[in-house]
Design a protein around this ligand. Structure first.
Ligand SMILES: [Zn+2]
Length: 360
């Protein structure tokens, strides 16, 4: 196969170079006779750090729909998906050269009747540890627990399990070699999870300044999913009549979500970019999450880095070093200067193959 040539600023350093693809990998050694495929800003393949492949509003979807979801993400430049819980078996996706790379978390584990129907394994506290350990053995190194959800008895958002049950389950999953993350909207669940050594928090709207400092010191990641948390006023409205305390909590969390986000950045918490595709959002919307994070006030340089090379590094994948797999996206303008560029990739290359939007 002839070598492919891409020219332009290669991120993160932004130095203009000719990047060649030979046998699926990146090289900067000039290749005679290479075809120039695209010119522009060249980024390591984007990372959707909170994605649910195989999930939609009513639960698991079939293989043709999973394929369509994966293609929507891929065509939008998301070449590495961190699955954040899915009831569908998506292991076959990892055998497909034309579909994004996937880091699966298995199926979410939630408290009985305290999550969206058909999404999670729903268990009582005594079963949390064995279930999470089992998901850990079948996953790609991550598992997901639903940290808090509305309690109809309390009429408010409340931790799904007692702190001791979370701690036992986190230890059990980590003993299997997996990292643990949790869905957390509210405040009450957080300290127990952090003290138990959790590895990442999803959403995290209830985090306090002290907790953000604790996360920064220990390298605990945050995936704030701001397109999702923008929906809190809608959740409040839907619950107001039957659950006024819940509605007030969601409004309060919404009111302080920008402050939490900016404080997390200031504290140095490692943050990543998650669209919640398949959960609260459709697939193929990673650019929307980047834009929403920038609109809330985060520096575009940090958000774009998190959505590309920093996210890849976090999950153990290369950027565009000599010899790395050629997973890259080309844009006609600098996405750090103008994140709207991310909506329109000029060219998408996965495992060395042009899979999207190459010029005629
Ligand atoms: Zn989600």
């Amino acid at each position: 196969m002839a070598a492919l040539k891409f020219s332009g600023p290669v991120l993160p350093d932004g130095q203009s170079r000719d990047l060649y693809v030979v046998d699926g990998t990146v090289t900067y050694e000039p290749q005679a006779g290479a075809d120039t495929v695209a010119r522009g800003w060249i980024l390591p393949g984007l990372v959707d750090a909170h994605n649910h492949l195989g999930l939609e509003d009513h639960g698991a979807v079939d293989e043709s729909e999973i394929e369509a979801q994966a293609l929507a993400d891929r065509d939008a430049g998301a070449l590495l998906l961190r699955d954040c819980g899915s009831p569908a078996d998506t292991r076959w996706v990892e055998q497909r050269e034309d579909l994004p790379r996937l880091v699966r978390a298995g199926r979410h584990v939630a408290r009985t009747k305290r999550y969206i129907r058909n999404y999670a394994h729903e268990v009582e506290p005594a079963d949390l540890a064995p279930y999470l350990a089992r998901e850990a053995r079948g996953s790609d190194g991550w598992v997901k627990v639903v940290g808090d959800w509305i309690s109809r008895d309390a009429g408010d958002l409340a931790p799904s399990f007692p702190a001791e049950a979370f701690a036992e389950a986190i230890a059990a999953a980590q003993a299997e070699g997996a990292k643990v993350t949790a869905h957390c909207f509210g405040r009450d669940v957080l300290q127990g999870l952090l003290d138990a050594g959790i590895d990442c928090i999803e959403h995290g709207t209830g985090l306090s300044l002290d907790q953000l400092d604790q996360m920064a010191a220990r390298g605990v990641a945050l995936v704030p999913t701001v397109m999702q948390t923008a929906k809190f006023p809608t959740f409040a409205e839907q619950g107001r009549e039957k659950f006024p305390a819940y509605a007030a909590t969601m409004e309060d969390l919404f009111a302080r979500r920008r402050e939490v986000l900016m404080s997390a950045h200031e504290a140095g918490v490692p943050m990543y970019v998650g669209s919640d595709g398949g959960g609260a959002q459709r697939h193929g919307w990673l650019a929307g999450e980047v834009q929403a994070m920038v609109e809330l006030g985060l520096p575009a340089a940090d958000v774009v880095a998190a959505a590309s090379w920093r996210g890849r590094d976090w999950l153990g994948f290369d950027g565009l070093a000599e010899g790395a797999s050629a997973d890259l996206v080309v844009y006609d303008r600098d996405p750090v200067a103008d994140p709207t560029a991310l909506w329109e990739p000029v060219c998408v290359v996965l495992r060395g193959r042009v899979v999207g939007a190459a010029p005629a």
